[in-house]
Design a protein around this ligand. Structure first.
Ligand code: ADP
Ligand code: MG
Length: 268
């Protein structure tokens, strides 16, 4: 996978799957925390009207005076929207229910698909190493904005029977965005989530996905782990709530694999 930083060394990754409940937000939070833990400066942009990533990182609704919505619609700069979290090096541009109106509010704006890219490029001086965009469960204008602003798309895929259903539509959308809006867009990778090694179906799905899309699938699989699902109710990333649990360790491993993959190969 070729790394093509948008500007400086910054890498923008959109976490996308139009299905809900597949682990996008959990991945955005914990991958972001893992990257921050190894000293990278990380911005998580919460583009989901549900704002789960923001809540999970301890940014309460009352503390979201400005949000990613204002960045997209009202030209409010990231330097005003980005809020520090309890995790050193990790910032969040909070989500807001108002995001659910963006499709309609920007319907007549000629640059409606470019709003997030413009906002991120205007903030180059902020010096983030990684921007992770947590997308809503839809292939809508918000997700298109994320893909247009991104260097690459990261797809969490839940290890269940219908895992691959919808993936071809997602891949088509990526191709469409590449053709018309962002020719440099690549697929960062596919990460299998909620893997249960005692469950035959889960293992079978994992094998099927690797057989079909092998080169794109991360070796790291995120296990089904109750600590990952408990952490948001404590307003903490799992990596802070319980650093040692299997889920946290898997996200650390995923971050390592991602950093190794995006490092340009050096000739021996
Ligand atoms: P999405 O953002 O794609 O809708 P979430 O990350 O919010 O998905 O995950 C959906 C639900 O599943 C949440 O309640 C979350 O806490 C839980 N969850 C996510 N990943 C795991 C996992 N690996 N093990 C157990 N529960 C998980
Ligand atoms: Mg989510």
């Amino acid at each position: 996978t070729e790394a093509r930083p948008v500007s400086g060394g910054r890498r923008v990754v959109a976490v996308v799957n139009q299905k809900g409940g597949v682990g996008k937000t959990t991945t955005a939070i914990n991958l972001g925390t893992a990257l921050a833990a190894v000293g990278r400066k990380v911005l998580l942009v919460d583009l989901d009207p549900q704002g789960n990533a923001s809540t999970g990182l301890g940014v309460a609704v009352r503390d979201r005076a400005v949000s990613s919505y204002d960045m997209l619609v009202n030209d409010v700069g990231i330097e005003r929207v980005a809020t520090p979290t309890k995790v050193p090096n990790l910032w969040v541009a909070a989500g807001s229910v108002e995001l659910s109106g963006v499709d309609i509010e920007l319907v007549d704006a000629p640059d409606r698909a470019l709003r997030l890219r413009k906002a991120l490029n205007a903030a180059e001086s902020l010096d983030f190493d990684h921007v992770l965009i947590d997308c809503p469960p839809a292939l809508n204008l918000l997700t298109v904005n994320a893909m247009t602003a991104a260097d690459a798309v990261l797809v969490p895929l839940q290890c269940e029977f219908f895992a691959l259903e919808g993936l071809s539509q997602l891949l088509k959308t990526i191709e469409r965005v590449k053709a018309s809006l962002n020719p440099h867009l690549t697929i960062e990778g596919i990460v299998l989530t909620m893997f249960d090694k005692r469950n035959n179906l889960s293992a079978q799905v994992g094998e099927d996905v690797r057989a079909t899309l092998g080169h794109l699938v991360y070796e790291t699989m995120i296990p089904r782990n109750v600590r990952l699902s408990e952490a948001p109710s404590h307003a903490l990333p799992a990596l802070v709530y319980d650093h040692a649990c299997a889920g946290s360790q898997a996200y650390l491993q995923l971050a390592g694999e991602m950093l190794r993959r995006s490092k340009p190969a050096v000739a021996a």
